[in-house]
Ligand binder design. Sequence first.
Ligand SMILES: NC(=O)c1ccc[n+]([C@@H]2O[C@H](COP(=O)([O-])OP(=O)(O)OC[C@H]3O[C@@H](n4cnc5c(N)ncnc54)[C@H](O)[C@@H]3O)[C@@H](O)[C@H]2O)c1
Length: 284
Amino acid sequence: MAISSVGIVGSGIMGSGIAEVAAANGHQVVLRSRSQATADAMVVGLEKSLARQVDKGKRSEVERDEILGRVSATTDLQALADADLVIESVVEDLAIKKHLFTELDRICKEGTILATNTSTLPVVELAMETGRPDRVCGIHFFNPAPLMSLVEVVRPITASEETLAAAIAFAEACGKEPVTVKDQAGFIVNALLFPYLNNAVRLLEQGVASMEGIDTAMKGGCGFPMGPFALLDLVGLDTSLAILDALYTEFKEPNYAAVPLLRRMVAAETLGRKSGQGFYDYRK
Ligand SMILES: NC(=O)c1ccc[n+]([C@@H]2O[C@H](COP(=O)([O-])OP(=O)(O)OC[C@H]3O[C@@H](n4cnc5c(N)ncnc54)[C@H](O)[C@@H]3O)[C@@H](O)[C@H]2O)c1
């Protein structure tokens, strides 16, 4: 099950990042976006990212051109039919992902492994939408995908050893450090991280300190590279809320119950860096 071609569905923060990682490590990549405008924007974003790396002396111009030559963007899901591996990275919504897995199962060749980049949702439910549950798993990258070394390889009870081995080998071929984890909401990182992020919003709501104060405290006091509010803005508040809701649905633990301020900010479409305004303002 050697993986040389990769299909990616979704051109948001993570889909774009995973496309860059896969292409930079020698894979042919077809990225599918819902509109031609966002597909084109992904390619422009990749060009800019690679140009920055050339400017910093991290890559040669030849490498940049080779990487770009391995990536194509399309609106046609059918273009992913012959991929060895498809990773979906669309919005964190179980119904939307289930529908997508049904479509991918219909379109993709028999041997294609179908993977999800979900942060929390039950992978087994996506596997059971297909006629190949043994060839479905989670391949969970971290944000920003080109920089973060961890990949959680998520094993639903339906997956075969071969599928897991292929997913691990793919993560390693991308220069990442895979850790295998059971298909349980939040896997490792988000199960531990999100109670902390949620409680930071609770402290803010309680007026214990300002958000700048809380961010400064967690950087200076714990040595974290960024504070909780900067991190929530990077992840996206809608994605963060979806993660907390999935964790709460699974475990019913109070620490996973999203605090009202977070839910209100998502309702107001204050989503973080991607919308220009989150806890911090990125429009200036
Ligand atoms: N943001 C993070 O830090 C992070 C980290 C790891 C994993 N993830 C996971 O990656 C996935 C994508 O998250 P993101 O941060 O890239 O989100 P994003 O908001 O940047 O992008 C979401 C993508 O989903 C697409 N989309 C929205 N509705 C859709 C629909 N109905 N059908 C098909 N596509 C649709 C959007 O067009 C966009 O391309 C989610 O499952 C999320 O949990 C996110």
